[in-house]
Design a protein around this ligand. Structure first.
Ligand code: 57M
Length: 358
């Protein structure tokens, strides 16, 4: 929005030229988002407490979690608020990618909100059924995937890191594939969100990595130099992803161990979708699985545990998702969290290195 109001002033004052640059607006978005989140945080948390939006804790989990009872949840609404305001302020609102990613993220947030509302306000511990949640997520993801397919300016193919020449043309199957990526990522982030700051840390590293990838893909010269597909308009996603990463950083101020607030499904479902839609638009679906390896690991741990339990009656882990396994092995909660963050930073560095290794 600032682009329209302030950039035209460059005719008289050359300083306003900077509003044209994605890099300047990316920094502006990040600063706006982190401060909005940190400034609004305390009163938002107090409001959640007054409304008694407290988490109920399952008594079959690690015993250390029982003391978390009553921690306010639905803090993800704060992330969505900061991210949306800063994206609307700093991005080019004529860019279709911005609208697709922003609206999809908010719609996933609404699915999560309905689930949280039923659990926390209506005291229905199960929330909405897993089937209802999946139907809601799939419908939104199909819509987003179809719009990306419709507005694409490059073929709907799957790119492989390390192989600059090789790609797989997906044709209309792109919509099915993209839907799977979006729904899968949303649920994987949700499964990861079981320790203080555990989901938000890898979300920051993944969003920052994808911010760089989006900027490169949207810049004709850099894309050509790195031999990655040039995707017109993708650079603007850097502003959205900076808003996401910075809102998560601001939220981490309150969500770090011992957490004053949890993000709830309103946060976890929407953040997964935000990362996945950005990956699909920039043709980095495989790199999302690499960079978001922690989310993949958490989801695979649940699949392995459930499959093994159903087929053999035995568990492969002490408890799934895998972060509970380490807790039950005796690791202190902050140790599990920080070690998962370290892995996530290493995966982000490895992901960025693929830009040159091809
Ligand atoms: C939600 N939610 C947390 C909070 C957060 C299929 C099965 C593996 C599904 C899985 C599941 O339901 N996962 C999705 C995980 C919950 O956090 C709330 O949920 C929001 C995210 N959706 O924002 O509002 C609890 O997580 C802890 N927490 C923190 N800090 C945070 O910043 O400590 C969350 C955020 C909170 C708090 O304790 O109450 C959750 O874990 O419920 N189910 C499970 O994870 C369960 N695992 C299980 O049943 N495993 C089985 C296998 C066969 C599936 C097994 O291994 O035998 C465990 N969940 C819990 N207790 N709470 C089991 C034990």
């Amino acid at each position: 929005m600032l682009l329209y109001f302030l950039y035209p002033l460059h005719v008289e004052y050359s300083f306003f030229n900077v509003f044209k640059y994605i890099t300047f607006r990316t920094f502006g978005a990040a600063i706006t988002s982190v401060f909005l989140c940190m400034l609004a945080g305390p009163s938002f948390i107090r409001w959640l407490q007054r409304k008694q939006m407290g988490q109920s804790i399952r008594d079959d989990g690690p015993k250390s979690h029982l003391s978390k009872k009553g921690t306010p949840t639905m803090g993800g609404a704060l992330i969505l608020f900061a991210m949306t305001v800063s994206t609307l302020l700093w991005s080019d609102l004529t860019n279709k990618n911005i609208w697709i990613v922003l609206i999809t993220t908010l719609l996933f947030g609404i699915v999560g909100y309905v689930d949280d509302y039923k659990k926390v306000v209506k005291k229905n511990s199960k929330g909405i059924s897993a089937r209802q949640k999946l139907i809601g997520q799939t419908l939104i993801a199909v819509g987003a995937a179809y719009l990306i397919y419709l507005f694409r300016e490059v073929p709907p193919d799957l790119k492989f890191p390390f192989f600059k020449e090789f790609s797989l043309n997906l044709g209309w199957f792109f919509v099915v594939f993209a839907t799977f990526v979006i729904v899968g990522a949303s649920n994987a982030v949700n499964l990861t969100d079981g320790l203080d700051g555990l989901a938000v840390g890898p979300t920051i590293t993944t969003a920052v990595t994808f911010l760089i990838l989006a900027y490169c893909a949207g810049h004709v010269k850099i894309a050509e130099y790195l031999q990655i597909p040039y995707i017109p308009g993708a650079g603007e996603l850097a502003i959205f992803l900076a808003s996401v990463a910075a809102a998560c950083l601001g939220f981490l101020w309150f969500n770090t161990y011992p957490a004053q607030v949890f993000m709830g499904d309103v946060g976890s479902l929407s953040l997964g979708a935000a990362l996945a839609v950005s990956a699909v638009i920039t043709k980095n679906e495989i790199l999302l699985a690499l960079c978001g390896g922690i989310f993949v690991l958490e989801a695979l741990s649940v699949m392995a545990q459930v499959a093994s339990f159903k087929m053999t009656g035995k568990r492969v882990l002490k408890m799934a998702p895998i972060h509970h396994h380490f807790e039950l092995k005796g690791w202190a909660e902050p140790k599990v969290i920080v070690r998962f963050w370290i892995i996530s930073i290493l995966l982000a560095l490895f992901t960025l290195s693929t830009l040159k290794l091809r």
